[in-house]
Ligand binder design. Structure first.
Ligand SMILES: CC(C)(COP(=O)(O)OP(=O)(O)OC[C@H]1O[C@@H](n2cnc3c(N)ncnc32)[C@H](O)[C@@H]1OP(=O)(O)O)[C@@H](O)C(=O)NCCC(=O)NCCS
Length: 165
């Protein structure tokens, strides 16, 4: 059975968890570097603003029963490869890698995008060598679309359409 997580829209109460996640060098290695506590707070404020404008944002994810914080991710609007897109992002606390949590965040976000928000498609971007993230994309039924430049670095772009699985 698919792993289900509890999603809470990112808010200041998640700062300690987010600082721990984004300050970890294992996570920063594929996210353009680690973040300080101040940068994590800034990120929370940005996602709160994004939710106010667009009705969705990144969330903090918790495991049912234990209530443990396991990662952050969700939906974010931005321009990729010259097009307005909604991207699905994910990051998981390293102690819990390989347990299906990244895929559960991806699937939760895709269901929200197609169900609650009626989007036609969503994308995901990652560095070409980030095999774990590419595997999450495949398991969440995203299909490779293109090699693109993003934030000054080569990335791979995957897409999932609402007509897909
Ligand atoms: C990418 C990330 C979210 C994956 O989270 P996760 O909870 O481990 O993901 P899952 O367990 O759902 O799936 C990971 C898959 O990648 C595979 N994988 C992991 N490392 C791998 C490697 N080096 N080579 C091949 N496959 C690998 C796992 O085996 C698993 O596939 P499987 O279920 O078929 O065995 C996590 O590694 C992370 O937070 N990385 C740092 C942040 C990041 O890179 N975010 C994405 C930015 S685009």
């Amino acid at each position: 059975m698919a792993l289900r997580l509890i999603a809470e829209p990112l808010a200041p109460r998640h700062l300690d968890d987010l600082e721990r996640l984004l300050g970890d060098p294992r996570v920063g290695a594929t996210l353009g570097g680690t973040s300080s506590r101040a940068q994590a707070a800034e990120s929370i404020a940005e996602h709160e603003g994004h939710r106010a404008r667009h009705g969705f944002s990144y969330c903090a994810f918790f495991e049912p029963v234990t209530d443990a914080f396991v990662g952050r991710g969700g939906l974010c609007r931005f321009v990729a490869n010259g097009r307005e897109e909604v991207e699905v992002g994910w990051a998981v606390v390293p102690e819990r890698w390989g347990q299906g949590i990244g895929t559960a965040i991806a699937q939760h976000s895709v269901e929200e995008a197609f169900g609650e928000h009626g989007l036609a498609d969503v994308i995901a971007l990652t560095l070409p060598h980030n095999v774990a993230s590419r595997r999450v994309m495949e398991k969440a039924a995203f299909a490779y679309e293109a090699d693109v430049m993003h934030a000054g670095m080569a990335h791979v772009l995957y897409r999932r359409s609402s007509g897909g699985r």
